[in-house]
Ligand binder design. Structure first.
Ligand code: GLA
Ligand code: ZN
Length: 670
């Protein structure tokens, strides 16, 4: 399925800010020439252009945007047109202070920055709706415009009186009565009981700071506020042309909103990926971003767009390394391998001022095409042309699914227990993911929502599923009974959706399937370790060790030391037609590679390349082609399963091949 039906092709381009250059018409002219030279076919325009589009309240200036879009169209360059709601003009902040955000200390912010607005404010919503509608009326039928880029990286929350009222409304809907709220929030603790709805306000470090259930509800509410705002923007642009898809650019390791939920509001998922290349271990960087690519693909179960990446370096790290020669092509192929239908950048041209004036761009302050960055960008454009047959193709249905659940993430981060504030849910999920990714196995992600369907999978991994909700227990039980293989790990099924501890044996609702029950959750100090002893091998355990009892499960590994030495640490239980493993402690990563390697073999889970890959070389299948990528600083040999043609160089390869550092091949069977 083409994500941008008006222009069904891999998109190559990036954030373009002509609104910053209106006094330099020669630069704008030159941009078009340079874009063509860089093989750019699509740019995101107008992202922060509100002040240029509506310099005075109610007076729109579209003349400059008309010229830009027409010139781009004449040059064959498409437009991903943004709504400007990511930053507001000074006049709106001055005239309507209610649009300014109130932070967690209940301080109203002053004008400045971006994402500094209230998503509840009726004035803000009305102004955004009006300009979005005006943009749509003017451009939604322009043939150059292929996609709506709603706002920019929606994030954060506001605690103004309007938001407080909305929060209370949300809670009323969710819990029905104040009594139920008190019960679910367990307000008997520390005399927190509410006797009137007006007493309820958002959590804050200087107020209600210590109630994890309340914090999780605040995150759910913030997600709903943002989703509702997105739906408002979408309705505005769709009021003119409902056919033009909308996207919102999402972020990596994003914590504020539940992206599975938010993604329901948009047609196309896109995201901004900025790996820290050259910071030590590029393979680890790549694996984290590969995981997010798969997560983004999983949000809607369809391909996604890489909306931003840097062509060279960013400017917001403490140390901003340049990409080494060759890294740009390699790093641009990684998202493609995972289902991206674009390679887009932040930013097209470096501004002359502002905080991002030294952020990497396709065109630097020298204004020429004669730079390494520009040449490497062009080579990505060429690569995308060669890969045209792969456009809109999808990855084969994955057989492995990892649960990654935002509500669980919040619950683990807010809970005060074990390794307080250091539970590392995302890192843990990534460690499990990496074992599959490095083996060349495709992985999908799902969460606990009611619509989650596990039936396409044969192996489901649920790391650290502390909060069980949405009926996930029953789904996992029937998945196993029906022949699936389940892997769960420590601190599973301890609390429910409302944050209240499950009573009775845990993991809640899963003890029969797993054949174990949990007794104690021990946390280790940094530097301390235990051992997982299996029949033939031993592995280091750190951080979190759960003491469990095997009921019907077979014990595959035991603890090597401490007061629980000899007690089960790894178990498997036969249940119905399937089986369920339980890993009670946090193992060194090598164990996960071994353990999942054994499962992959045993279950016959397909890999992109049959033979063992050297360290640092990864393989991913997409559209029948295999992307082979070397993220190691050294070369490595790969034994190909069949003679293949590399789509990037048109070479035919067979047998044992050597992958140089940073080399990438896109192989099709011949
Ligand atoms: C984000 C934003 C961009 C820009 C880049 C810089 O992804 O969306 O506007 O600030 O970061 O890397
Ligand atoms: Zn607000």
């Amino acid at each position: 399925m083409a994500l941008t039906p008006r222009f069904p092709a891999f998109l190559h381009g990036g954030d373009y800010n002509p609104d910053q250059w209106l006094k330099y018409p020669e630069v704008l002219e030159e941009d078009i020439r340079l874009m063509q030279a860089a093989k750019v076919n699509c740019v995101s325009v107008g992202i922060f252009a509100w002040a240029a589009l509506e310099p005075v309240e109610g007076e729109y200036d579209f003349a400059w945007l008309d010229r830009v879009i027409d010139r781009l169209w004449a040059a064959g360059i498409r437009v991903d047109l943004a709504t400007p709601s990511g930053a507001r003009p000074a006049w709106i902040a001055q005239k309507y202070p209610e649009v300014l955000r109130v932070d967690e200390y209940f301080r109203r912010h002053h004008f400045g920055g971006r994402h500094n607005h209230c998503l509840t404010s009726p004035v803000y919503r009305e102004k955004v709706r009006a300009i979005d509608t005006a943009l749509a009326e003017r451009y939604a039928s322009h043939p150059a415009v292929i996609l709506w880029h709603l706002s920019n990286e929606y994030s954060g929350d506001c605690r103004c009186p309007l938001c407080q009222e909305k929060f209370r409304e949300y809670l009323r809907r969710r819990y029905g009565s104040l009594e139920a709220l008190n019960e679910h929030w367990w307000t008997g603790f520390w005399s927190m009981k509410y006797t009137d709805w007006s007493q309820v306000e958002s959590p804050s470090p200087i107020g209600q700071d210590a109630n994890p259930a309340m914090w999780v509800d605040w995150r759910r509410f913030s997600t709903q506020q943002c989703k509702d705002f997105i739906l408002m923007e979408k309705a505005a642009v769709h009021s003119v042309n409902p056919e033009l898809p909308v996207t919102a650019n999402l972020m990596q390791r994003f914590w504020d909103y539940d992206y599975f939920d938010l993604a329901e509001a948009i047609d196309v998922v896109s995201w901004d990926s900025y790996p820290l290349w050259g910071s030590g271990n590029d393979l680890v960087q790549a694996s984290e971003h590969a995981m997010t690519h798969d997560l983004m693909r999983s949000l809607k179960g369809q391909n996604f767009l890489l909306m931003e990446s840097t062509p060279s370096q960013v400017n917001w790290h403490a140390v901003n390394r340049m990409k080494k020669p060759g890294m740009h092509l390699l790093s641009s192929m990684l998202p493609l391998a995972h289902g991206a239908d674009s390679v887009m950048y932040f930013q097209w041209r470096k501004g002359r001022g502002g905080s991002e004036m030294f952020h990497g761009a396709v065109v630097g302050h020298d204004g020429t095409a004669d730079t390494r960055t520009f040449r490497e960008v062009r080579s990505v454009g060429e690569a995308l042309e060669k890969l045209a047959p792969l456009y809109a193709t999808e990855k084969k249905q994955a057989r492995v699914c990892i649960l990654y659940d935002w509500q669980n993430l919040w619950a683990l981060d807010y809970a005060q227990f074990a390794r307080k504030g250091d539970m590392r849910y995302t890192e843990t999920v990534n460690a499990h993911y990496r074992a599959f990714w490095q083996a060349g196995v495709s992985v999908d992600f799902r969460d606990c929502r009611a619509c989650t369907d596990l039936s396409p999978y044969s192996l489901v991994i649920a790391p650290m599923l502390f909060m069980t909700h949405g009926g996930i227990e029953e789904k996992l039980n029937s998945f196993v009974r029906g022949g699936g293989t389940l892997v769960m790990t420590y601190c599973a099924g301890m609390i429910g959706e409302d944050g209240l501890a499950w009573q009775g044996r845990t993991p809640h609702g899963l003890t029969e399937t797993l054949g174990i029950h949990a007794l104690e959750l021990d946390a280790l100090f940094d530097g301390d370790a235990n051992t997982l002893i299996r029949e033939r091998d031993q592995w280091r355990l750190t951080r979190l060790c759960e003491v469990i009892e095997a009921d019907t499960a077979q014990v595959l590994g035991r603890y090597g030391s401490d007061y629980y030495a000899g007690q089960p640490c790894l178990t498997v239980n036969a249940c119905g037609a399937g089986k369920a493993y339980y890993l009670a402690a946090e193992p060194e990563e090598a164990f996960l590679h071994r353990f999942y390697g054994e499962l992959i073999r045993e279950m016959g889970i397909p890999k992109a390349i049959g033979s063992q890959l050297p360290d640092g070389v990864v393989a991913q299948e997409r559209g029948g082609a295999v992307f082979l990528m070397n993220f190691a600083p050294s070369s490595g040999d790969v034994l190909l399963d069949h003679p293949c043609r590399d789509l990037l160089t048109d070479r035919t390869l067979s047998g044992k091949i050597t992958m140089n550092p940073l080399e990438v091949l896109v192989l099709e069977k011949v």
